[in-house]
Design a protein around this ligand. Structure first.
Ligand code: T5A
Length: 209
């Protein structure tokens, strides 16, 4: 498989990071070059913005500021890391990308979707993932995996907030063919197998064309 942009999405503690790492290992074992990265974050400037966004002391942050900071972080990440890696033929796996903004800042913070889509197109240079896994898990179950004393600013939000995020991911998944919903209520190994099944189907489809 040539360069491909794969993203993992879902609610807090759904197991995205674990699955993104396992998939990166799978590709590396096959001899493919992989950029495994995350949002908010990645390059230095984007990681600095991440610290502002997740700092639980920043309770006064306005939804508008939050949206623009996520997009600023994403713009640097996409332009500095993701696009050059894809041009070099690498497989890029990102733990979250702009679908998280639609779910968190759109559905949960109630920012107009048209505003998000307009800024998103500019901030990402129009880059859309080739494949997006949504690891679906009830918000309560994911949150129970996170230690409360370590909870960041977003994780501290209400159960209603996180339930809206989950609902939104399931709605977004209906919009484009790049989405695959994975049942997050299974073991780590079983979910990895489900992810690999989809990857292999896509590889076979590509080989036939
Ligand atoms: N955000 C992000 C926005 O609001 N807008 C945006 O545009 C973007 C990009 C990022 C925060 O920013 C928000 C969303 C987030 O609130 P983060 O620290 O990167 O914050 O946190 P998350 O992305 O939410 O990721 P987490 O690391 O908290 O959770 P993951 O990645 O879902 O889960 P993972 O793999 O780390 O696993 C959590 C725990 O569960 C276990 C793992 O071992 C680990 O202990 N686990 C399982 N246990 C049982 N069964 C399984 N199947 C398991 N899979 C994993």
């Amino acid at each position: 498989m040539k360069g491909m942009f794969i993203t993992f999405e879902g609610t807090e503690g759904c197991g995205k990071t674990t699955q993104a790492e396992l998939l990166a290992d799978y590709f590396r074992q096959k001899g493919q070059e992989v950029l495994l990265t995350r949002e908010p974050g990645g390059p230095k400037i984007a990681e600095s913005i991440r610290m502002i966004l997740l700092n639980k002391d920043n309770i006064e942050m306005l939804p508008e500021t939050e949206l623009l900071l996520y997009m600023a972080s994403r713009s640097q990440h996409t332009g500095e890391w993701i696009i050059p890696a894809l041009k070099a033929g690498k497989i890029v796996i990102s733990d979250r990308y702009y679908d998280s903004t639609i779910a968190y800042q759109g559905a949960a913070r109630k920012i107009d979707r048209n505003i998000i889509d307009t800024i998103r197109k500019y901030a990402t240079f129009g880059l859309v993932p080739d494949l997006t896994f949504i690891i679906d898990l009830p918000a309560t179950k994911g949150l129970s995996r996170i230690k409360r004393e370590n909870a960041d600013r977003l994780e501290q939000e209400s159960l209603e907030f996180h339930t809206n995020v989950r609902k939104s991911f399931l709605e977004i998944a209906e919009e484009e063919s790049r989405f695959r919903i994975i049942n997050g209520n299974k073991s780590i190994e079983e979910i990895h197998k489900d992810v690999l099944k989809i990857i292999k189907e896509i590889q076979e489809g590509r080989d036939e064309t």
